[in-house]
Design a protein around this ligand. Structure first.
Ligand code: FMN
Length: 158
């Protein structure tokens, strides 16, 4: 399992002319390699103005570009099992960002599991050691992870 924080990547904004003139950045190549090594994807995002964040969509756009081998980057999403969770300080917990991201992943051919979780009042939800204070929220988000692992195992055993 690999944890990726997009804050560590600082990718340039995807733009066709940039790609043509300077190629795909090495940091994107690293993400493409990581995606190739994993069967499942769990995306966790805050919400910006009713949608998922621009940096998340930018990363997905870059990763979907052709790989060094020439293989389409979209294949890094196709048939991958995916789940989406969100968090925000508002009462809806970024629910709209989660729904929008599900649509993007489905367009790319990922198998998005039905379970999801939105954490409202996220700025108050964690203890000092980084755990969720509410046992029900903790169980719900763990159920998303368990659902992701379960579907991935079922598909890879076929
Ligand atoms: C430009 C901007 C727009 C935002 N729009 C929403 C929104 O529509 N709904 C929402 O629940 N939170 C919204 N927020 C709050 C974010 O979901 C989030 O809590 C904040 O960016 C901190 O995220 P972080 O803790 O991952 O850094 C917005 C924040 C920013 C900066």
């Amino acid at each position: 399992m690999t944890f990726i924080s997009l804050a560590d990547y600082q990718l340039p904004l995807y733009e066709g002319d940039f790609e043509m003139e300077r190629g795909v950045p090495e940091r994107v190549r690293e993400l493409q390699r990581l995606f190739a090594e994993h069967e499942a994807l769990l995306i966790a995002s805050p919400e910006h103005n009713g949608g998922y964040t621009a940096s998340l969509k930018n990363a997905i756009d870059w990763i979907s570009r052709p790989r060094e081998s020439g293989e389409p980057g979209v294949l890094l999403f196709a048939r991958k099992v995916a789940a989406v969770v969100s968090a925000s300080p508002g009462p809806m917990g970024g629910l709209r960002s989660m729904l929008g991201m599900r649509g993007v992943l489905e367009k790319l051919g990922a198998i998005v599991i039905p379970q999801g979780f939105s954490l409202g009042a996220a700025h108050l939800a964690f203890t000092k050691d980084g755990n969720l204070a509410d046992a029900k929220a903790d169980a719900e988000v763990r159920a998303v992870g368990a659902g992701l692992v379960g579907v991935t195992r079922q598909l890879s055993s076929r």
